[in-house]
Design a protein around this ligand. Structure first.
Ligand SMILES: [Zn+2]
Length: 228
């Protein structure tokens, strides 16, 4: 369609219109994804004698964002070819629907983004908890190593204690044997003393008898003893 001079959409407005429908055809029945080859149609026709034309509109009103609609090539041709089926009111409804859907989409994206942030925060928290648990596990492992070392040390001490006890038992037994031997020697010594005493008594008896034989004591006097 031929546009009136000055009613063409600016580049900025075209970008807004494309974003308004999220780069999809604004016809709700079509909704074709169009990145680069979309058509920026006028809701109120830009041509005075063309479809949906309004001679009272000036070019500034016609090129306003509110009068633009992003369509695929096929839908734009269909809409312009059958203005009685696709009147201004219907195209305005399509635009309104676009805006509502975009608003819903933005809300959903925002919500998803917040959820994503929450999930990220939860993941971070879980990671921190996992790190804390890992640190605790490491500390427990270190304590376990220390405990095992202590156990090994206790085991060595226990063996040493048993060895010491065994040596002490042996020493006690040796002392006991020595005491027994000493007691036996004392008994033997006592016996020898007895023998010596008997021998000494015997010698004394023999000596006395011998003296009596050599130097008999007079029966009626003790003068003989004083002679010596
Ligand atoms: Zn279309």
């Amino acid at each position: 369609m031929l546009c009136r001079k000055g009613s063409e959409f600016s580049k900025g407005t075209k970008n807004k219109l494309a974003r308004e429908s999220a780069y999809h055809c604004s016809n709700p029945v079509c909704r074709k994804l169009i990145y680069h080859d979309g058509i920026f149609g006028h809701i109120i026709g830009a041509s005075k004698s063309g479809p949906r034309g309004d001679p009272s509109m000036d070019p500034d009103e016609l090129k306003d964002e509110s009068n633009g609609l992003y369509l695929c090539f096929s839908c734009e041709k269909t809409v312009d070819a059958q203005p009685e089926i696709y009147p201004v009111k219907m195209l305005q409804n399509w635009k309104r629907l676009n805006k509502e859907q975009m608003s819903e989409l933005r809300k959903k994206l925002l919500k998803d983004s917040k959820m994503s942030e929450t999930i990220k925060a939860q993941k971070k928290e879980i990671k921190q908890q996992a790190n804390t648990i890992q640190d605790q596990m490491n500390a427990i492992k270190e304590q376990d190593k220390t405990f095992q070392k202590l156990q090994a040390s206790n085991c060595r001490l226990g063996k040493q204690n048993k060895e010491n006890e065994r040596r002490a038992d042996k020493a006690e037994k040796t002392i006991q044997e020595l005491e027994e031997r000493l007691a036996k020697q004392e008994e033997d010594l006592e016996e020898v003393r007895g023998i010596l005493k008997t021998a000494e008594e015997y010698i004394q008896t023999i000596t006395k008898k011998f003296q009596e034989k050599l130097f008999p004591i007079p029966t009626n006097s003790t003068k003989g003893w004083f002679f010596f």
